[in-house]
Design a binder for this molecule. Structure first.
Ligand code: ADP
Ligand code: MG
Length: 701
């Protein structure tokens, strides 16, 4: 049933059709309700008054009480401006208006009390205010039932149409009394009572027109909580749905393959963290429910081995397994190293990528269907419908952030019951984001690197120091080490622009001439077979330098390479830089990461470089990344299907509220998985309203 909140914004006092159009096109505000949910982004304390002799141009918006001593129109017709002399007992300043000057001049009263509000600026050594808010002191006092004035996000276009923050504030002032009683509560009474939350109407009122600092904070808390809470509720409902709906394959025994691998093939001791995660997976795969587990572990922490041993466990129990990687290079690398490790045990391994020939594919398909092939490794080629397994029981997705939920879902369908799924990522994501993005997954963490690794030393050089860097490369090559030199791509696609790489390659070839040096080149325009060949030469130490684009960013594991040079490092994101750095430091030698940049750095660019130089800790880096970019831009978030464009909550800052919301959502779903209890009727209604038009989660599962 429509309420006053559904009323068209055109009818609000002072709006009208023109402004309504602007509001709709710029901010998607069409109704009274939309306006109420357009929240301020900051508040200015209007209890504080300054004296004119306290002002300086570094100050933000300030408020001053004083009187007008004189005013005049200055300049010719179109350039006319109004200059007002304003004073208090400590001094005087000029107030200037370029627009609407006449209209303002007509109302000015000499020697009566005014309050001005604006930003002090310096002009000809004097303090000026351009276009300040000007109000008679009496009128101001009558109106100020609250002291914190809200500021609203607006756009340039809106300002040109006289829809600035103040105009929105005025609209809110006239709207609030009309509607505040009609705001329908959206959280159940028991939650509000138990956690002493504000009611929605109190929260809305105080978010716009705060009666006190305390109420403003409570309002913010309530609204942020609600946003985060409903996302978590959705996640837990999905998770419960999955675990009650699907039967999981039971891996009851630890058999020969696993044991033989452990005793005969394993080239080193497992780290404590690896053992812990393998135990978690063993436990999960023997409960009768399907496992959905995220394995987070920094670059080089040894995730592949954990995946492989879990796969052997599946094979011991009569199942097939597959491992999907985001690039061909990585799929190839996994194929080779895994084949080497398990073929002596009699486990068959296959490779399926886009470049496989039809004939080879046909053989693979057959071997999969008749169950001969136990491990299939590949790129997303392996989710194609044609790829059918006899009995797929365990799926690994490497570098999961490169894939979307939809791809994960496709693998689910490769058997009558969904296989167990292990997704792995080395792109550490902040806890808050993990709870939201991967909230339906259980999380394992490898928080320990294999012994003997030395932390990579990271330094920043400007391009002008290139010769010095080349000298350093030569020294390292003399010591028998290998070097990566990586160039950015303008656009990440298979057919990409690689001009930077071409130019760079020329100067590198000159500085490192044949036959003393040899260089491998890998970029996205090359055919997979060529890439493979170039990689292979580098792996076999026949080349000392690998010049590449970011195709080598993820997963590549060549322990003898100990220097990573990143060209135009300012053009890479933090998680990319961290991934690239992760390509070195994999052997016993001291490794180096050298970030080359131009002389001009943006603030954000500089902050990224500084962060990389300061720390090797992937989680710390991801926190900085989230603060710099906002959650919507973090890799992997777009395809997630989970809305991250919160109106008021901020995943970079509201960690505690999120944990709180998550805990409560979990408790509720545990007690009432389908939200059928009458106390939870509001929750059910809101869930239906909120997610009605979205991606249907239960369908993908
Ligand atoms: P990532 O977690 O980045 O995928 P990898 O699985 O590629 O890391 O492992 C990185 C390197 O560490 C590989 O060379 C691997 O063989 C080695 N490694 C893995 N586990 C151990 C261990 N327990 N002890 C020593 N080396 C290990
Ligand atoms: Mg890896």
């Amino acid at each position: 049933m429509p309420t006053v909140l559904d009323e068209n914004i055109t009818y609000l006092k002072g709006v009208g059709p023109n402004k309504a159009n602007v509001l709709a096109s710029e901010l998607n505000i069409k109704t009274y309700g939309d306006l109420l949910f357009h929240f301020p982004y900051k508040y200015v304390d209007r209890t504080k008054f300054y004296k004119l002799n306290e002002l300086n141009p570094q100050m933000n918006f300030v408020q001053v009480k004083g009187k007008i001593s004189s005013y005049e129109m200055v300049g010719e017709k179109r350039k006319q401006r109004l200059v007002v002399k304003f004073f208090d007992e400590t001094g005087s300043v000029k107030l200037i208006w370029f627009k609407g000057a006449k209209w303002i001049a007509e109302k000015l009263k000499i020697n009566s009390d005014y309050i001005i509000f604006g930003k002090p600026t310096l002009f000809n050594q004097e303090i000026n205010f351009t276009h300040p808010d000007l109000e008679e002191a009496q009128a101001h006092e009558n109106k100020m039932s609250f002291n914190l004035q809200a500021y609203y996000p607006t756009t340039e276009h809106m300002k040109n149409k006289f829809l600035n923050s103040k105009a929105i504030h005025t609209m809110i002032l006239s709207l609030m009394p009309k509607v505040v009683a009609n705001i329908r509560e959206t959280l159940p009474a028991y939650l509000i009572k138990q956690y002493k939350l504000l009611y929605l109407n109190e929260a809305i009122e105080n978010i716009h027109l705060p009666k006190s600092n305390d109420l403003l904070q409570k309002a913010q808390f309530r609204l942020k909580f609600e946003e985060l809470f409903y996302v978590q509720l959705k996640i837990f409902r999905l998770k419960t749905y999955q675990s009650t709906h699907y039967k999981g394959f039971r891996f009851e025994k630890v058999g020969e393959y696993f044991n033989n691998f452990y005793t005969k093939q394993l080239p080193f001791e497992l780290t404590g963290a690896q053992k812990k995660v393998i135990k978690e997976i063993r436990r999960d795969t023997n409960t009768g429910s399907q496992m959905n587990r995220l394995l987070q572990g920094d670059v080089g922490s040894g995730k592949t081995l954990v995946a492989l041993m879990s796969m052997l466990l599946a094979i011991d129990n009569g199942f097939q397994t597959c491992l999907m990687a985001p690039t061909e290079i990585l799929a190839n690398q996994h194929f080779k190293s895994i084949q080497e490790l398990v073929e002596p045990l009699g486990v068959t391994v296959g490779l399926l990528t886009g470049s496989k020939k039809q004939k080879e594919r046909r053989i693979l398909h057959e071997d999969l269907l008749n169950g001969n092939l136990k491990i299939l490794i590949g790129t997303h080629a392996l989710i194609e419908d044609m790829v059918k397994f006899a009995n797929l029981g365990f799926v690994v997705i490497d570098e999961q952030h490169r894939f979307g939920v939809a791809q994960r879902a496709k693998l689910w369908k490769k058997n009558i019951h969904p296989p167990h799924v292990l997704v792995m990522t080395a792109t550490p994501i902040p806890r808050t984001l993990a709870m939201t993005l991967y909230g339906d997954l259980d999380v394992s963490v490898i928080d320990e690197l294999p012994p003997g690794r030395k932390p990579v030393t990271t330094v920043h050089y400007y391009d002008s120091k290139r010769l010095r860097v080349f000298g350093f490369i030569k020294e390292q090559i003399k010591l028998g080490r290998q070097v990566y030199i990586v160039y950015p791509l303008i656009k990440e696609s298979e057919k990409m622009d690689y001009k930077d790489l071409e130019d760079g390659l020329e100067s590198i070839s000159r500085a490192f001439p044949i036959p003393e040096y040899s260089i491998s080149v890998v970029h996205g325009k090359m055919k997979p077979a060529e890439k493979d060949k170039a990689m292979e030469l580098f792996v076999r130490k026949q080349t000392q330098i690998m010049v590449a684009t970011t195709v080598i960013e993820v997963g590549v594991n060549i322990p003898n390479a100990s220097v990573m040079i990143v060209e135009s490092a300012e053009r890479f994101g933090l998680s990319q830089l961290h991934q690239l750095r992760g390509r070195v430091g994999r052997g016993a030698d001291q490794s180096y990461c050298i970030l080359m940049t131009g002389n001009k750095l943006t603030d954000v660019g500089r902050k990224r470089i500084e962060t990389m130089v300061r720390t090797n800790d992937g989680f710390e880096i991801s926190e900085v990344d989230l603060k710099l970019r906002g959650p919507g831009d973090i890799e992997g978030t777009q395809q997630s299907g989970i809305p991250l464009d919160f109106k008021i909550a901020n995943l970079a800052k509201d960690t505690q509220i999120l944990s709180f919301a998550r805990q409560i959502a979990e408790q509720i779903i545990e007690k009432d998985p389908k939200l059928e209890h009458s106390d939870n009727a509001i929750l059910k209604r809101q869930m239906e309203l909120k997610w009605k038009y979205e991606f249907n989660w239960s369908q993908i599962s």
